[in-house]
Design a protein around this ligand. Structure first.
Ligand SMILES: Nc1ncnc2c1ncn2[C@@H]1O[C@H](COP(=O)(O)OP(=O)(O)OP(=O)(O)O)[C@@H](O)[C@H]1O
Length: 321
């Protein structure tokens, strides 16, 4: 592998380190945590793995890593099941649960132990500690680390083996805004090096600034598997918001042209089915004054909420039955 001049990490040598899920299913008693998932996660992209709480994200990641056995179906990385690989950390690096570290150890000792058991050179320990910004606290007990520092240590462990495939479960938890920005940049950099980067989150707002592909699941089922641009394009059309002192007259004209018009509490009307240009032209043609004319595109967060609305396990204010 050729070392990257900025990070010291190599560029993965194979062209496409794909994660492939085929009819992957996991049941716990009556709960189907993951239901018949078939999808491919490709290298060179940051793929967001989104779904509400309890959607099955962690279970899926654990199955990719061979930590949870599928009830049926298969999952492979580069065509090989993870547990069939010796020295797994060199192939797939993962941050699953940042709290899952022995608190009595220092960060450096923790990474050294991982390096030893995975046949990774010791020099990688210093390099990854520097990269995640923990070099200055390398000997401090992990038990005294903040949640954000633990997340950084978990990310260091995932990068330790210089793997072509990295999985992160909720990596933004506990990070401050600077940390969030750093993680986003890191993911883009890892994908830019040709790696496969698969990142779970239940918040679209965390994801939309760093992913280029999206896999959305709800109640274990696949709801979307597309590029961010495709998701944005299919996530509900734009509407036009217009303010006029002659609402009745404009509504009549717009409706006659096939628009669907809804009066809003703030005195504007929302028009669906006509472009802002068409609305403006119609108003001008009939000498109806317009004081405001705006195209509104639904946010990705709104689109995500709409897509997963029927899959949410628990809602605030919902009475348990
Ligand atoms: N070991 C287990 N035993 C029983 N049920 C489980 C187990 N692990 C997960 N589940 C159930 O499977 C479903 C999916 O859980 P999972 O943790 O994979 O979802 P998630 O999308 O990662 O959620 P979150 O965002 O809350 O972490 C949930 O209903 C959960 O209660």
């Amino acid at each position: 592998m050729a070392a990257s001049p900025t990070t010291g990490r190599g560029r993965p040598d194979s062209l496409d380190h794909m994660i492939r899920l085929t009819s992957l299913t996991r049941r716990y008693g009556r709960t189907t945590a993951v239901h018949d998932l078939t999808l491919t996660v490709r290298s060179g992209h940051v793929t967001g793995f989104l779904g509400p709480n309890g959607a099955g994200k962690s279970t899926t990641l654990r199955m990719i890593l061979g930590l949870t056995a599928p009830t049926s179906g298969t999952v492979t990385v580069d065509g090989v099941r993870f547990r069939d690989r010796p020295r797994g950390l060199r192939h797939v690096g993962a941050l699953l649960d940042a709290a899952d570290v022995q608190g009595g150890r220092g960060a450096e000792a923790h990474l050294r132990a991982l390096a030893r058991s995975n046949g990774i050179p010791r020099s990688r320990v210093d390099a990854t500690l520097r990269e995640v910004g923990l070099a200055g606290v390398a000997r401090r007990r992990v038990g005294g680390f903040s949640l954000g520092m633990r997340q950084r240590l978990g990310i260091a462990a995932a990068l330790l083996g210089d793997p072509p495939v990295v999985l992160f479960d909720e990596p933004f938890n506990g990070l401050d805004p600077e940390g969030v920005r750093w993680v986003r940049g890191l993911f883009r950099e890892l994908a830019g090096q040709g790696r496969t980067v698969f990142v779970s989150s239940h918040l679209m707002s965390e994801m939309e600034h760093c992913v280029d592909r999206l896999v959305v699941i709800g109640r274990g089922r696949l709801l979307a598997d597309q590029s961010l641009a495709e998701f944005a394009a299919t996530s509900g059309g734009s509407t036009v918001s217009v303010r006029t002192p002659q609402e009745g007259a404009l509504t009549a004209r717009l409706t006659a042209e096939g628009g669907v018009v809804r009066a809003e509490d703030d005195g504007t009307v929302t028009v669906t089915g006509l472009s802002a240009a068409r609305v403006g032209d119609l108003a001008a043609a009939h000498r109806i004054p317009v004081h405001e004319l705006v195209t509104r595109t639904p946010s990705l967060e709104q689109a995500f909420m709409a897509l997963t609305a029927t899959s949410v396990e628990h809602r605030a204010g919902e009475v348990a039955r």
